[in-house]
Design a protein around this ligand. Structure first.
Ligand code: AHM
Ligand code: MG
Length: 332
């Protein structure tokens, strides 16, 4: 069956999504459309980010847009762009966003899907020209169509994700996603306005020699956490921490390593958000052969209690995550 053949490097994202859909004879194409909507919004946000250095002088060279959106912060703009794309696309009934306290009803009550999104993560890095990202999770709603999505639709465990991905706006812009059938990465070609398959079937190394953690908080680490970081140093691992989750995760996914945002005495649940950050990356890392946990429990099995709840995160190469869990389990 030709549709099941691996697609070659250089395949456009649109074609890739289309051909993958043919692998599921009963698929209606709605999830495919939804992924295309996200890709479109990503291109728009990418354009805004590339222009961001010019925003302060935009008035001076006369490029302010009619909506006056140049005046808004980029994370707010990204939130607007993604919500607009998902609303216009029609497949999504409800969106939850790191930027919005409450659920966002799109008005598409026939939409079968719910999206959780961090529209622009690491936004404190924008001003200093460091890579930033978008993170998204897609769930099928559990409530019947025809009415607004419910909190129950939004608070599903990570194992229920039907797709997840991220966009990294870096030295090149990439979109990496999974629908539960492996992980594929696409690189954006600016002049053509297309994402092309550049990283087919990503698998993450079983082990690695990079550890990524904000050691500035080590004063507040638990005993086990401190011991694991000491272990990483004994192994002469490289310390790499951009402070931009998507960029730190992406590097470790390709090279092998572990990213950690632990519970500390100051922040007992860490900092990162389960629904907008942890679950999507956990789905991706597992699909690539790696692991993700909160130090004890597999991230994807954590029962969410509220939209914005936080979770500690240990994610990356399976051997490194297991080792970190051993150190945490040994503390008393
Ligand atoms: P944000 O959602 O406010 O942008 O914060 C999330 C970011 C992550 O990208 C990054 O990994 C983390 O915060 C860094 O936090 P810290 O500065 O505490 O190390
Ligand atoms: Mg964030």
């Amino acid at each position: 069956d030709h549709t099941k053949l691996a697609l070659p490097v250089g395949t456009t994202l649109d074609r890739f999504i289309m051909r993958k859909q043919e692998d599921f004879p009963y698929a209606t194409g709605e999830l495919s459309q939804l992924l295309r909507d996200i890709a479109l919004a990503a291109k728009i946000v990418n354009r805004e980010i590339n222009r961001s250095g010019l925003i302060d002088i935009a008035g001076a060279y006369g490029s302010q847009n009619v909506q006056g959106e140049d005046q808004q912060k980029l994370d707010v703009i990204a939130n607007i762009r993604f919500i607009r794309a998902l609303r216009n696309g029609g497949e999504v009934c409800t969106i939850i966003s790191e930027e919005d306290e409450e659920m966002i009803q799109t008005g598409n009550n026939q939409g079968k899907y719910v999206v959780a999104i961090d529209p622009l993560d690491g936004s404190s890095n924008i001003d200093v020209n460091v890579s930033i990202g978008t993170i998204f999770s897609i769930y099928r709603r559990v409530s019947p169509t025809g009415a607004e999505g419910t909190e129950q639709d939004c608070l599903q465990t990570g194992t229920h994700q039907v797709a997840a991905g991220y966009v990294i706006y870096g030295s090149s812009t990439m979109l990496v996603y999974t629908t539960g059938n492996g992980v594929n990465g696409f690189t954006y070609e600016h002049s053509l306005g297309e994402f092309f398959l550049s990283h087919p079937n990503i698998s993450t190394p079983k082990t690695g020699a990079i550890y990524s953690i904000n050691e500035g908080s080590s004063e507040y680490f638990s005993e086990g956490m401190a011991a694991y970081v000491a272990y990483c140093k004994q192994q002469s691992f490289s310390a790499r921490y951009i402070g931009s989750l998507v960029a730190d995760f992406h590097r470790n996914l390709l090279k092998g390593g572990i990213y950690m945002y632990p519970a500390t005495r100051k922040a007992p649940n860490g900092k990162l958000r389960l629904m907008y950050e942890c679950n999507a990356l956990a789905f991706i890392v597992e699909q690539a052969g790696g692991k993700s946990s909160n130090g004890r429990t597999r991230t994807l099995e954590i029962e969410p209690k509220s939209l914005h709840e936080r979770s500690p995160l240990f994610i990356g190469s399976s051997e490194l995550v297991e080792k970190a869990e051993e150190f945490l389990a040994a503390e008393h």
